[in-house]
Ligand binder design. Sequence first.
Ligand code: GLP
Length: 243
Amino acid sequence: MQIDKQSPVPIYFQIMEQLKTQIKNGELKADALLPSEREYAEQFGISRMTVRQALSNLVNEGFLYRQKGRGTFVSKLKMEQPLQGLTSFTEDMRSRGMKPGSRLAEYQLIQATEELSSILGCGHQATLHKIIRVRLANDIPMAIEASYIPFDKAGKLDASHFQSSMYEHIEAYNQMPISRAKQELEPGAASEEEAELLGIQPGAPVLYIKRTTYLQDGTAFEHVKSAYRGDRYTFVHYMDRVK
Ligand code: GLP
């Protein structure tokens, strides 16, 4: 790492950019322990405050994590997401020991369009919840989910529902387990709006996933259009050989 003290670019920012590059190109491996603030400060002849600012920003952006009394470590940038097995976002994050979260971007009651009513098998002009949430892992944006849920499958929803697991609510409300889903995956580039919500650059790679999910009685309760961050996810599918 090299610091240019004459540069108009602030030193903390130079440190951040170089560490990010090293993390992205694999020079710094996941779970590697970083030198301490004092070591960095001595190495570059800068103040510990400057080093702390750079490292704290990288913790906030999800590139690094801290462990009390042990130091600062490199985060695993990409999460492996199995494609089989129908799970909720909340379950996925908890199984990784991460804190699931949501930020509500939009909510309204709408009338089903022809397309949505045929996908969801609900009557024309049935009332749907339209819920757009940014899904967070340890407070870092991972995906945007725009879900359409027939009103009669979820009842009245309020802020507390948007902050917690929708699958849990749906199963409790319908007193029936969720059983299966159909999913379509398509690569894309983040629009200005998506980039803003996900904290990435416009045009950065995203994976669009459409999912229609059904209850045990075969009725659909949700159609979701989501955008997953390409820099944070690797989708994994296990296959058996067929001839
Ligand atoms: C996954 C699915 C979404 C679904 C969500 C529910 O992320 N791709 O279609 O809406 O899980 O998650 P939760 O129960 O945490 O709200």
